[in-house]
Design a protein around this ligand. Structure first.
Ligand code: 26Q
Length: 814
């Protein structure tokens, strides 16, 4: 028999047919259609399979190289991967986009429609999931031997339908038509155990006797980086029943009981939890977390043993990154594996674990920090609870040694010794990791001062910053081809994987000809966005108006409320002065609310109500339009962002860990109106104060007001504008006379206003009017927009990944 490698070389030869031939072959033999009967969706699948073949070559090469060079491996564990469509991305990265377009158009088809026949893979809630997807792209581009691990949810984030302005959730079903990108790996399967009890033998060795078992089976997706040089794997786990059918029950004729078990097992990978900052402490969620974490650790250990024969130095060859606390159960699970399966002492197991795991924190919101009732935890993972107690014991001694007081230690242990009710996952992740990182400079500082204050005193070198970034392939090259062509024409194409090259555009910022070309592209993108809105919701907007966009999950701290109240104030002012030279605006909102987050849903309803009144007021006409675009997702972002003039990044300072939408907008030449929060702070540093519109309180002032529970009424009494708006909301002006509809919103802004909408309102208003003025000076605006594109290069996720590789993973990049 020939060696495997030669077989692969032969296979490569077979594939050296033209790209068009590959597509046709797949249409006929994989999809099973001929050209005369194929619809867009069939061509989409055939194209996907043809490009996937090309990716597989690099994939096998990459895998072999990592193996041969014994390159240190990185495992990115994330409950969420917000991927979006894959076809255009893969065609672009492999350099086949033009060829594919020509071929498809020669068949008499619309290329855009074929690309868009693919459903979004939406296995995430928002920023954290999208960051994981950008990181997969950048790990492949920079040559990190990185593998993503997650869950192959059968249903991703719900579809948002609007019923009379209210959000309605509908199940999403991305897999119904199949997934052309995945490879099912039936041979890669692991048992995952739950429940039962722990038996300790005479020699002190513990044995977990679980009461329930499911299997995790692997599905792989190849992720090609820029130019396809390196292709990494995203491995998603799907749950199935451990013994194919419960044979005994089946033979006894109890089909229903047997089927019931199967359903229970499969529930684990059935749906994504749709909350983003309001975690639900439900049993199924904990089981999901353990399910994918345990499967991933078993898988990486199995792979480790193909190269090494002892786990002693695991941390020298493997780095695991925990995307928030969702996979924090990895801490006791790795210790358990080392102790129970490989006979390590607890001390050694703890030490190895703390050299292998790393944790990224994405939020400081107290209610978003995961914690589990101890009873529930013990019921599902009894052995892990024992190990957590050992961790707390060992940690207590460590903390005593560095001179911490008993009551301080109590606060930072995983389980508080006197209030034994919760297992605190943030503390667990921190204590079990080698490095802990924040996602922007400000957020990292606040982590040190607030949630992890005492842990930081004890481990002053553990917390580091790695500011987020976004992939320029998807977020410029693919979503904004006009701008990409212009940039490449001016500075060559090196910017695509070396984004700081965009600096070279600075010299054109005041060049009238360049300004015109740059703004013509913006104008085309706005027309494309206007058509999209027309098609999706039937509202016609004037593409010459300023497009002002806020798109993100709906949350009080993100302050969509402040934005819509400003729209109401603007409407009132326009009504009062109809003949003033108003700058026409289109205010666009999009985003999903967690299904159980009632106040967020009322905010959506308020936006829809205001839109109804404003958009149908003949006196207002084109001067102001308010739009709520339903079902925001990655694909919608790809149309919205390039078409924006103004990007709304107006969170209460201290609450947005980083933001990444802010970066996408600025790269594409939208100017930002924002607070000094998250990565906005660093954007201001890179852009210069003159090229961003900053307003509002800073994080310290916010904290101070929140601390002393400052009353909003003192501010409201001095603001005519707020008084008028509150009166309108109370009187039912926007709600057909329904005076109760906004009760909770009103109670909030009048009496508590934790997120400081009221004290920031007037500054926000004034800043918006200043923005109107600048927009009316086209060449000034164009200069600022160009400088935004030119100076955002640092915010590439390639830079972020190089930072992780150097400071956390200690792994090489190319
Ligand atoms: C936890 C437990 C149970 C159910 C749900 C959750 C859960 C799920 C998702 C908790 C949090 C999230 C998502 C958080 C998130 O998206 N955070 C965002 O992360 C981005 C990437 O770092 C930042 O840019 C944003 O600032 C941050 O809000």
């Amino acid at each position: 028999m020939k060696p495997v490698q030669h077989e692969f070389e032969d296979a490569k030869d077979l594939l050296h047919e033209s790209f068009g031939n590959s597509v046709l072959r797949h249409l006929i033999y994989s999809v099973g259609k001929d050209t005369s009967h194929a619809v867009e969706r069939d061509w989409c699948v055939a194209l996907s399979m043809a490009i996937r073949d090309r990716m597989v070559e690099g994939w096998i090469d990459t895998t072999r190289q990592i193996y041969e060079k014994k390159q240190k491996r990185v495992y990115y564990l994330s409950m969420e991967f917000m991927i979006g469509r894959m076809l255009e991305d893969s065609l672009t990265n492999l350099g086949h986009l033009q060829e594919a377009r020509t071929f498809i158009e020669a068949q008499g088809l619309n290329f855009h429609d074929v690309l868009h026949a693919e459903q979004d893979a939406a296995l995430g809630n928002g920023g954290l999931g999208r960051l994981a997807a950008c990181f997969m792209d950048s790990m492949s581009t920079t040559g990190v031997a990185g593998m993503g691990y997650g869950i192959r949810y059968q249903h991703g984030i719900f579809r948002q339908n609007m019923e009379n302005g209210w959000q309605m959730e509908e199940p999403e079903d991305w897999l119904v038509q199949g997934n052309a990108w995945e490879f099912r790996r039936p041979e890669v399967v692991y048992d995952i155990n739950y429940g039962g009890f722990v038996e300790t033998s005479d020699d002190g060795k513990a044995e977990w006797k679980p009461s329930e078992r499911v299997q995790a089976i692997a599905f792989d997706m190849p992720i090609a980086g820029w130019k396809g040089a390196h292709v990494n794997t995203l491995r998603l786990w799907s749950a199935r029943q451990a013994d194919l059918m419960n044979l005994k029950k089946f033979n006894e004729g109890d089909f229903m009981a047997s089927a019931h078990q199967q359903i229970l097992a499969e529930t684990l990978s059935k749906v994504l939890y749709p909350g983003d900052h309001t975690p639900e402490g439900r049993e199924l969620r904990l089981k999901q977390e353990y399910f994918f974490t345990a499967a991933s650790l078993q898988d990486l250990i199995r792979r480790f043993f193909t190269n090494y024969d002892s786990l002693d130095n695991l941390g020298d060859h493997v780095a695991v990154q925990l995307n928030d606390t969702h996979p924090a159960i990895a801490v006791p699970e790795l210790i358990r594996t080392l102790m129970d399966d490989y006979d390590y002492s607890f001390e050694r197991a703890f030490e190895i674990t703390r050299k292998t795991l790393h944790y990224t924190n994405h939020t400081l919101l107290p209610e978003a920090l995961e914690k589990w009732p101890k009873g529930l935890f013990e019921h599902i993972l009894p052995r892990h609870l024992q190990i957590i107690n050992m961790i707390d014991g060992a940690f207590y001694q460590e903390a005593l040694k560095v001179g911490l007081e008993h009551n301080v230690i109590a606060n930072i242990q995983v389980i508080h010794p006197h209030q034994q009710d919760w297992v605190r996952m943030g503390n667990l992740a921190f204590i079990g990791s080698r490095k802990v990182n924040g996602v922007s400079a400000l957020h990292t500082e606040l982590m040190k001062q607030t949630v992890f204050h005492d842990l930081h005193t004890m481990f002053p070198d553990k917390i580091i910053n790695q500011t987020n970034g976004v992939t320029p392939r998807r977020w410029v090259l693919e979503c904004n081809p006009g701008l990409s062509d212009l940039v490449t024409e001016k500075i060559g194409e090196d910017w695509i994987d070396d984004l700081e090259q965009l600096k070279k555009l600075e010299e054109f910022a005041e060049d009238a000809k360049f300004q015109k070309r740059y703004m013509d592209i913006k104008s085309d993108n706005k027309k494309r966005l206007a058509e999209f809105l027309e098609a999706r919701i039937g509202i016609t907007v004037n593409p010459d108006a300023m497009f002002d966009i806020q798109i993100k999950r709906i949350h009080e701290y993100k302050r969509q409320l402040m934005n819509i109240l400003e729209a109401v104030a603007l409407y009132n002012e326009m009504k009062a002065n109809p003949s003033a030279p108003w700058q026409p605006r289109v205010k666009i909102f999009a985003g999903k609310a967690a299904p159980s987050y009632f106040l967020a849903k009322v905010i959506i309803k308020l936006i829809s109500d205001v839109a109804e009144v404003v958009n149908n007021d003949p006196e207002i006409g084109d001067k102001l339009k308010v739009i709520f675009l339903p079902n925001y997702n990655v694909s919608a972002a790809e149309v919205l962002i390039p078409g924006a003039d103004l990007s709304e990044q107006i969170s209460t300072a201290g609450f947005e860990a980083s933001g990444t939408g802010n970066m996408k907008f600025a790269l594409n030449g939208a100017l930002t109106v924002g607070t000094l929060d998250g990565a906005n702070v660093e954007m201001q540093e890179h852009l210069g104060e003159d090229n961003i519109f900053i307003f509002g309180m800073k994080a310290d002032a916010v904290a101070e007001r929140q601390h002393r529970r400052a009353r909003p009424s003192e501010v409201i009494k001095d603001s005519q504008r707020l008084q008028q708006i509150i009166g309108q909301l109370e009187s039912g002006f926007f709600s057909d006379g329904d005076t109760g509809r906004y009760r909770d919103i009103l109670d909030n802004i009048k009496n508590h206003d934790y997120f400081q909408v009221v004290p920031d309102f007037e500054d926000y208003w004034a800043t918006q009017r200043h923005i109107d003025e600048v927009y009316q000076k086209p060449s000034e605006w164009a200069k600022m927009a160009i400088l935004n594109t030119a100076r955002m290069g640092w915010f590439s996720s390639d830079r972020t990944i190089r930072g992780y590789a150097k400071d956390i993973w200690k792994t090489p990049t190319i």
